[in-house]
Design a protein around this ligand. Structure first.
Ligand code: IVH
Length: 739
């Protein structure tokens, strides 16, 4: 290192700087190889850090000289849709965890044993909240914020400098004369307050935007925005609590270092304190725990760190964790609230799902207002075997009850206990409805054929006359694996259904004839959404015309997309009907078995009339009693038959033709598809091959004849090559099947 110039970066000529950067790159690369590949470091960590820091300084002073192989940390260039990678010169560690007081005692004991030769040594500790956010590392060179990165995997993170610059708790410059090191990486936690989270959630809901799960994930998403103005709008916060590579220690102790950070303009936790004994640490833990609910942001424990940096260094690290620190976690958070009412939601297949509406309460950083009650028995307090699920006796849940809810980590909230002492005197057991709350049809508990037991859920028997089931059925009809009508997603289905424009699938295909009504329904929806957005943002719209104009263009596209699906493949069509128990695979089996929708319908009606429906069905792999019964139920309902017939006036599903011609290059062969297929879906590929008389297998063996490999093909390609299996591309496949 001695031959490297140590003139201030700004005093170097360009040539000197270029030469020094070249030497630094070589020196750092050599040190990296010695350290990472040979496990034999040739220079001290401090010497290594100063090489990196010097390199960063020069790059800062001469940005045009940054080498393509710059070691500053850019491990790769920024991919088009991502962030540049940053290698952390000092890894970003995680913390060992303590769950009980004994774990804390053990931590201190380990310290005492480690330092035991040092009689009379007093180990001090800091205690501070463990913020539930994302850690970030901020590089300051000559007091200026030059680069900020995420933790990533601890070794390599992402360069999110522009986004971090929008956070007010992060100073752009450290104050002159602040005594800061020439170069230092300040580390800490980026987080979002509850207030900010709630405001964002409300803005988004009003605009019909996405839902946000919790402040932590939202903060993470906010930091990974391509557009920093979006990050800025999220008002993220930052607490500084540690540091990475630095040209000198900020202070002799952890506590003083953090005080320095505060002097330099960083926000630091006001709850950090020093302690010398287990008792003091645990008292501090309980103190912070008591304050937890009033902080306005999520914390999930208290971090204890050895205060003296000298002792930190001596005690050192185990894999990925400092030995000198531990995170004392809080138990899973619980909260008490009141059940205001119980609503019943009806799904596509008619299941009645009870949901408790709660007095809103914050649990583990998330406002909980609803919690699923699963089914009738769950509300009564028994499981599917009739055993109590909350305590020793079955305790039911009633409207007006005070309940304890729990949410551990990202787990869905649940009711753990009913506080019987708080039950209002007039609270009555909940009467689970035996009719559908949407259409009034009987709601029944079916008997499971196999187990002979009653299903735990009630189902509405109204099928298509039930609007809840009808709308879910329509959503399914247009969805991906089904007819896959582009531009006709769940939102449009809801709009058209609510406007009375579609009741059954056939109506979708006559929308074109009712253009003015369709237009009106969409315009009304846009109007409503715009109003909601306006109300949320407080701004008025400038261009009302523009909104309507888009309608015309969009409608032509939508109608064209609908028309494009008038000849669906038979298997998709059968799946789209949404018959219970008939998924994509069974849909394909039925298509192969019956060959046309008319044949399937005939067979269905025969089954309804037959004494033993199983005798009607040609025996096929993958079809059993459940499917036959589902077909009987479907075709036994005249409303379904009418809806299907109306639909068949609009669409003509392709017959399923098996063309095993003598010269087919595919018939009788065993084919495997792997990698990304770009021109057809996996299910379409399979159906096509089978139509041509091939057998499609999931894995490659010596018996495989052809492997169709798309980009990204991995182990299957390798196996195929080992077995000498013929490998062709998707294009070659099409050439062979003559499409
Ligand atoms: S110190 C060398 N202090 O917890 C120790 N970490 O489980 C480095 N965290 O990745 C971490 N609050 O994201 C430290 N006051 C605090 C913290 C804290 C939250 C996070 C941090 C780290 C994780 C480790």
């Amino acid at each position: 290192m001695s031959d490297l110039s140590q003139k201030p970066a700004a005093d170097l000529t360009e040539d000197e700087a270029r030469l020094e950067l070249e030497r630094l790159a070589a020196a750092i690369a050599a040190a990296d190889i010695a350290y990472h590949q040979n496990d034999a470091p040739e220079i001290t960590d401090a010497a290594y850090d100063s090489l990196r820091i010097r390199n960063a300084e020069l790059e800062e002073a001469f940005p045009e000289l940054v080498r393509p192989d710059s070691p500053t940390g850019r491990v790769g260039a920024a991919p088009a849709d991502g962030f540049a990678k940053v290698r952390h010169a000092v890894p970003m560690l995680s913390l060992a965890k303590a769950y009980t007081d004994e774990d804390v005692v053990d931590f201190l004991e380990r310290g005492r044993r480690f330092f035991k030769q040092d009689e009379g040594l007093e180990i001090a500790f800091t205690a501070e909240p463990k913020i539930d956010g994302l850690s970030a590392s901020l590089l300051y060179v000559d007091g200026k914020f030059v680069r900020g990165a995420t933790r990533g995997d601890g070794t390599v993170g992402e360069d999110i400098t522009a986004n971090l610059r929008t956070i007010k708790d992060i100073p752009e410059r450290l104050p002159p004369g602040g005594g800061w090191p020439k170069s230092i990486e300040i580390r800490g936690e980026v987080y979002m307050t509850y207030a900010e989270f709630k405001a964002l959630k409300e803005r988004s809901a009003a605009a019909g935007g996405q839902d946000y799960v919790n402040p932590r994930n939202t903060a993470a998403g906010s930091l990974r925005q391509k557009d920093p103005s979006v990050t800025a709008s999220r008002n993220l916060k930052f607490f500084a609590y540690a540091w990475g590579a630095t040209s000198e220690d900020p202070a002799p102790t952890q506590y003083e270092a953090v005080q320095k950070f505060a002097e330099w303009g960083f926000a630091v936790s006001p709850l950090m304190s020093r302690a010398k004994s287990v008792e003091e640490l645990i008292a501090q833990y309980h103190h912070i725990e008591e304050l937890r609910s009033s902080l306005g942001y999520d914390i999930d424990g208290v971090v204890y760190k050895v205060d003296q940096l000298e002792l930190q260094r001596r005690w050192g690290f185990v894999t990925g964790e400092p030995r000198w620190a531990v995170a004392h976690k809080f138990p899973a958070e619980q909260a008490m609230t009141v059940v205001k009412k119980i609503d019943i939601q009806v799904g596509r297949t008619g299941t009645l799902a009870p949901v408790a509406r709660l007095e809103p309460v914050t649990v583990g950083g998330v406002v909980v207002e609803n919690v699923t009650l699963h089914n009738e028995d769950y509300i009564k307090g028994i499981d599917s075997n009739g055993l109590p699920i909350r305590g020793d006796e079955p305790i039911d849940i009633r409207i007006g009850d005070t309940v304890v809810i729990q949410r551990a980590g990202d787990v869905i909230p649940q009711i753990v206990r009913v506080v019987l002492e708080k039950r209002p005197a007039d609270a009555a057991p909940y009467q689970f409805p035996d009719t559908c709350p949407v259409c009034g049809s009987p709601a029944v508990r079916e008997i499971n054929e196999k187990t002979g037991k009653e299903d735990s859920r009630r189902r509405c028997t109204g099928e298509l006359i039930c609007p809840a089931q009808a709308v879910e059925g329509l959503r399914h009809f247009v969805s991906r694996g089904a007819l896959d009508i582009e531009g006709l997603g769940a939102e449009n289905i809801d709009t058209f259904f609510n406007a009375g424009l579609i009741r059954t699938a056939a109506d979708i295909f006559t929308l074109r004839d009712r253009r003015p009504e369709v237009q009106r329904a969409l315009a009304e929806r846009r109007e409503e959404q715009a109003k909601a957005r306006e109300a949320a943002s407080g701004k008025t719209r400038k261009n009302v015309r523009g909104v309507e104009d888009r309608n015309y263009e969009g409608l032509d596209k939508l109608f064209a997309a609908i028309d494009a699906r008038r000849n669906p493949e038979l298997d998709r069509f059968i799946f789209a009907l949404g018959i219970r128990h008939i998924g994509e695979t069974t849909g394909a089996v039925l298509a192969r078995t019956f060959g046309s929708i008319q044949k399937l319908e005939e067979a269905g009606k025969e089954m309804v009339a037959a004494e033993d429906p199983m005798t009607v069905f040609p025996s096929t792999d993958g079809i059993g009693g459940t499917v036959v019964e589902a077909l009987v139920t479907f075709f036994g309902n005249q409303r379904n038959v009418d809806a299907l017939d109306a639909l068949l006036k609009q669409v003509t599903p392709q017959d399923y033709v098996v063309t095993i011609s003598a010269d087919s290059q595919i018939a009788g062969k065993t084919v495997v598809f792997t990698g990304t297929l770009e021109k057809m879906s996996r299910s379409e590929a399979k159906a096509m091959a089978e139509r041509l008389g091939a057998k499609v297998a999931g894995s490659v063996s010596a018996k495989t004849d052809i492997l169709v490999a798309g980009p990204g093909a991995g182990s299957k390609l390798k196996t195929a090559q080992e077995h000498g299996v013929e490998v062709i591309s998707e294009d070659e496949w099409f050439a062979r099947v003559g499409r």
